[in-house]
Design a protein around this ligand. Structure first.
Ligand SMILES: [Zn+2]
Length: 727
């Protein structure tokens, strides 16, 4: 999965809501001589390090690594995926990474034993549940490609009438009810997307509605021939492509369902399966449109509304009587080991301050884009970092790199690792940089918590896009195009380039929402219709996604330069005034078109103003300290430890109401995975639960006040030390 790609369907909303951050304190194209957080002499040294670093990743190596990772299907828990864990560990040791370990987590998981879908009335049709080979792509003849299955599906068997429920979201069932159609005990057929929602939310919704089973198919209107040419002639999904995926209720709590909030290490306490809130109780199966078409074509009942009609050349009906299907799913549910590979480049001066980087290794099949494009980029990144360290250019802080497992099933590997090391991370971690899908095309999409958005934008000035422009220029053009297409009037600016609205759906989740670490997420995107199918493979990448592996290479460079800037900065480049302005925007959106007479938000808005003022003062003091001279290392350590604490202070130990695992009060995700700002407060306001809303508002106000005091104290330390030095 990938949260940046997932955010795309919301781009219209996103652009409209994107706020105006404070102008970051840097000028365009001056990055060689001035870098946020660096003194001039350190910036000059850093620029040299970055030049050497960027010269190492090569398209040929990216392609070679990508071929290794996409050679065989490697789903979580499979022997091949575990073999790849050992391969990564060996490579990292050879490259000079330190403390390379493979960590084992024993987690609850599912594997398909037997799946069957047949239409038994009005005619017989047995679903293929397989992807057919296409000319030119020998990988598709691989015998170990799985048939259609949904991770974490329940087992069972049912023969029942079939109902078409559009996207399977709650409002779709409302419409069915108005048409007199009850889905209780029936099988429900829904499509992915339109609007996008995470398939686990579709499963929970169907389960709540009392459906007996859920079939989720890929409609050609969303990712197939209605979009453009299909594989092997174009990047869109062909007739037989199946979007696999888990339906875990990880929006309630991610990771191993039997250890919610603690790590699944040997000997850990485990809760009974029937108490695990993230395990679905409904059967689910994904379908290609080839298998969905005969079902849809035979359905009767009322004609589906115009916006429920799809890309197939038939009229879609709501069904409920004529078509009956037989679904049988046998899953092997058992505890199985997942493996996280961990390595590091130990910091030369500040080994106990960590920059954490990660990418998941497990794929539904070959994982051409998701995740092996990211894995190849990670391998070139570690090779380059290892080479730099060997030649004496060791980073000041420690860079920790992880290859996650089981991301595709409840974000499991990263969640267990984050839970295991939460205390240490809260003490030592500067930030987490996630790359899931490195590239499915040329369009850059960068996400960051607002305090790191300015440094992300600044960094893109120093990288060259394959188009010949800087990555910064290419990013601005893509962003402007997206805004035009979404009919947004707001101009592109440095302050609104980075996406600061962060939902769930990838491995950043535990670090942001549970540990309280600032996160960044990076990806290049393009037309991509084969997500989670067997067609997402080496052939697809070499024909459509990134034929020259230039975007893979750019990703290794960008990921590494960001890590090296965070690792080497004199003062960590957090911009809290930018953060404050973001939070103000979140609050303003919350009040839009709502009767807020029951809730006084003035104390929060005042607290935001004070946090913003404190952030500006610290920015100015830091700017003066950085330009005037070198900074006393002890003072820098005080400031940096303090600024690292700001993100932790957004955590509420009790979590958001109903979801105690999700502790961040600014960022959360809806059950659909969509971003949800001020989650506790927003959900209370949406329910018009004013008692809870007042409690959540006070928690937010208090956190703002705590961070204002912290930033003010840091500013005093910085100025006090300077005043003494000047005597
Ligand atoms: Zn992924």
């Amino acid at each position: 999965m990938n949260f940046t790609r997932r955010a795309l369907p919301f781009i219209g909303e996103l652009c409209f809501l994107t706020l105006v951050l404070n102008a970051p304190p840097f000028a365009h194209a001056q990055a060689q001589t001035s870098i946020l957080g660096f003194t001039p002499s350190a910036a000059a040294r850093q620029a040299k390090i970055e030049e050497q670093f960027k010269a190492i990743p090569s398209p040929d190596e990216e392609r070679r690594q990508h071929h290794i990772f996409t050679a065989e299907p490697h789903v979580a828990g499979s022997p091949r995926n575990n073999e790849l864990a050992r391969y990564i560990a060996d490579q990292w040791r050879n490259e000079g990474l330190e403390d390379v370990v493979i960590r084992r987590y024993d987690v609850y998981g599912t594997n398909p034993k037997n799946t069957l879908l047949e239409m038994v009335a009005p005619t017989h049709y047995r679903a293929v549940l397989r992807e057919l080979p296409i000319p030119g792509d020998l990988d598709l003849k691989n015998k170990s490609i799985s048939s259609a299955w949904s991770g974490m599906s329940a087992s069972g068997e049912v023969t029942a009438p079939l109902v078409y429920a559009h996207s399977g979201n709650p409002e779709d069932y409302e419409l069915l009810r108005r048409q007199g159609i009850d889905v209780k005990g029936k099988v429900v057929l829904v499509r992915y997307s339109n609007p996008y929602s995470y398939r686990g939310f579709k499963a929970l919704t169907a389960e709540r509605e009392g459906a007996a089973a859920l079939l989720i198919y890929s409609d050609p209107a969303e990712d197939g021939f209605k979009k453009g040419k299909v594989v092997p002639n174009g990047p869109w999904g062909p007739e037989y492509h199946i979007q696999r995926g888990a339906i875990t209720y990880d929006f309630m709590v991610p990771g191993d369902p039997l250890t919610p909030g603690w790590a699944s290490i040997p000997g850990a306490k485990r809760i009974p399966v029937d108490q695990a809130v993230s395990i679905p109780k409904i059967m689910a199966l994904p379908l290609s449109w080839h298998d969905a078409k005969p079902l849809l074509a035979n359905m009767d009942g009322p004609l589906a509304p115009e916006d429920w009609q799809g890309g197939l050349p038939i009229r879609y009906h709501l069904g409920g009587n004529r078509v009956r299907v037989h679904v049988k799913i046998e899953m092997d549910s058992s505890t199985q080991p997942y493996y996280v590979v961990e390595g590091r480049i130990r910091g030369a001066q500040l080994p106990d301050e960590w920059i954490v980087l990660g990418n998941h290794r497990d794929a539904w099949v070959f994982g051409g884009v998701d995740p092996s494009s990211g894995t190849a980029s990670m391998m070139e990144l570690t090779r380059a970092l290892g080479k730099l360290a060997k030649s004496g250019m060791r980073p000041r802080r420690t860079i920790v790199i992880c290859s996650w497992d089981g991301e595709e099933v409840g974000l499991t590997g990263s969640t267990e690792w984050g839970e295991q090391f939460a205390d240490e991370l809260r003490n030592k971690a500067v930030a987490y940089i996630n790359v899931d899908e490195a590239t499915s095309g040329p369009d850059f999409h960068g996400q960051a918590v607002a305090s790191l958005a300015p440094m992300l934008v600044e960094t893109t000035h120093t990288l060259k896009d394959p188009s010949g422009k800087t990555l910064y220029e290419a990013w601005r053009e893509t962003s402007a195009r997206d805004r035009r297409e979404a009919k947004q009037t707001e101009e592109v600016a440095d302050s609104n380039l980075a996406d600061t609205r962060i939902g769930s759906g990838s491995d950043h989740t535990v670090f942001l929402n549970f540990v309280g670490m600032p996160v960044l997420g990076l990806g290049f995107e393009g037309p991509y219709g084969v997500y989670h199918s067997a067609y997402d493979d080496f052939f697809w990448m070499n024909h459509f996604g990134d034929p020259g592996y230039r975007y893979h290479t750019l990703m290794s460079q960008l990921w590494g330069v960001l890590a090296l800037r965070l690792a080497n900065a004199d003062l960590l480049p957090f911009d809290f005034a930018s953060y404050a302005d973001n939070i103000r925007q979140f609050v303003n959106e919350l009040t839009k078109n709502k009767d807020m007479s029951q809730l006084d938000l003035k104390p929060i808005l005042d607290a935001i103003d004070e946090f913003e003022a404190a952030g500006k003062r610290l920015d100015e003091s830091a700017g003066r300290a950085l330009t005037s001279s070198t900074i006393d290392p002890k003072l820098a350590a005080t400031i940096n430890h303090g600024t690292m604490q700001v993100e932790r202070n957004w955590l509420n130990p009790d979590g958001i109401p109903g979801r105690p695992w999700f502790k961040h009060i600014l960022y959360g995700a809806r059950f659909t995975y969509a971003h949800l700002e001020l989650p506790g407060l927003t959900e209370a306001v949406e329910k018009q639960d004013w008692v809870t809303a007042k409690q959540q508002a006070e928690i937010l106000r208090q956190a703002l006040a705590n961070n204002t005091k912290l930033v003010n104290d840091l500013n005093s330390s910085l100025n006090g030390e300077k005043a003494e030095a000047g005597k």
